[in-house]
Design a binder for this molecule. Structure first.
Ligand code: SF4
Length: 337
């Protein structure tokens, strides 16, 4: 059997291995994740940090998880090597991965970590594909864009960048640190550099004080930016959060209606993007029993194959059915673990 993941390095400020109960809980959950994921899923979760230093008014996660704490890069790389033996795709996750490495000594960055993963793990055999988990638009630096643009698909061309609202008054009430324009500009810069690009976002509707004009601003921004999917949630108050104390409650019916409008718009954009991918060549990772697969740019496609594809490797193929299906080239090589 593959060796267990290495013990975390102890000592440096904020590194996992420090003595708080929260950290211990985190380590246990990481270990459990590795074991669970070895049991057969094709996508492995590579958790690189926990906690968050931002202060979004609606967020209960940061209250529960505490400040951002990063795993040591050596430990992450070693775990990625283990996961790569059984998972053709590794998803880089955490509560706030854009702040990865700020708490380590010496300080480092997510971009430096991903560069190491691509250099030291993605080139091994079997070679996994990496995918970034949710990351804030303002925290994607030019180095990361370079990796996305030049990795030849080893870093999936997919970004999930929480937006939450496309209206400045709402973003201020939410205590987000960026403006509508900062998000917009960065999203357009990224889209100009990376193509194709799976681009997703989270949006909250009905946040306290959200006016019809604010909602219209969000709709206009979603129309303009090249999103390929959206996750839309109606605002729901969480105990202990600053948003609980805000006036201007939006009726549930209005919040739901705004959500429906955004989801309809997202569905239109998704369909247009998918059609535009036409008969592109893609590399996919199997899902479940192999009936569907995920492309690098995060399209979920039906799989057309003469016999069940080997789930332990990435497969090359060509999109068909206006981007809704993939026809695999030939069965991928079998892995020897
Ligand atoms: S929403 Fe995200 S960025 Fe904001 S406090 Fe919560 S975890 Fe941090």
């Amino acid at each position: 059997p593959p060796p267990p993941p290495p013990a975390p390095a102890a000592g440096a400020r904020g590194q996992l291995g420090a003595r708080s109960p929260l950290d211990r809980g985190h380590l246990e959950s990481v270990g459990a994740t590795v074991l669970r994921r070895r049991a057969g899923a094709t996508r492995g979760w590579l958790k690189v940090q926990d906690g968050c230093d931002r202060k979004c008014a609606f967020c209960a996660t940061r209250l529960a998880r505490g400040r951002s704490r990063s795993r040591h890069p050596d430990e992450v790389v070693a775990e990625a090597r283990v996961l790569a033996r059984t998972h053709p795709e590794l998803v880089i996750t955490g509560v706030h991965i854009g702040h990865y490495g700020r708490d380590l000594a010496p300080r480092t960055t997510l971009t430096a970590l991903v560069r190491r993963l691509l250099d030291e793990v993605a080139g091994t055999s079997p070679a996994p594909r990496f995918r970034l988990g949710s990351i804030e638009a303002t925290e994607i630096d030019d180095g990361m864009l370079g990796l996305l643009a030049e990795s030849g698909g080893r870093l999936a061309p997919h970004l999930h960048m929480p937006l939450q609202s496309g209206a400045d008054p709402v973003l201020r009430n939410m205590r987000r640190w960026h403006t509508r324009e900062q998000y917009r500009r960065r999203a357009l810069e990224i889209a100009a550099r990376i193509s194709p690009l799976g681009l997703g976002a989270d949006i909250i509707t009905g946040f306290p004080g959200e006016s019809p004009a604010d909602h219209a601003d969000t709709i206009a921004l979603v129309r303009e930016l090249p999103f390929t999917y959206l996750h839309v949630f109606p605002y729901s108050p969480r105990d202990g959060t600053a948003a609980m104390r805000l006036d201007g409650r939006v009726p549930e019916r209005v919040s739901r209606e705004r959500g429906r409008e955004l989801r309809d718009l997202a569905a239109e954009k998704a369909a247009r993007y998918t059609r535009g991918r036409g008969r592109a060549e893609v590399e996919v990772v199997m899902e479940g029993r192999g009936g569907t697969a995920l492309t690098g740019d995060y399209l979920r496609v039906e799989v057309g194959a003469a016999r069940p594809p080997d789930p332990s490797v990435l497969h090359r193929g060509r999109l068909s059915g206006e981007g809704s299906r993939v026809v695999l080239d030939t069965p991928g090589p079998r892995r020897v673990n």
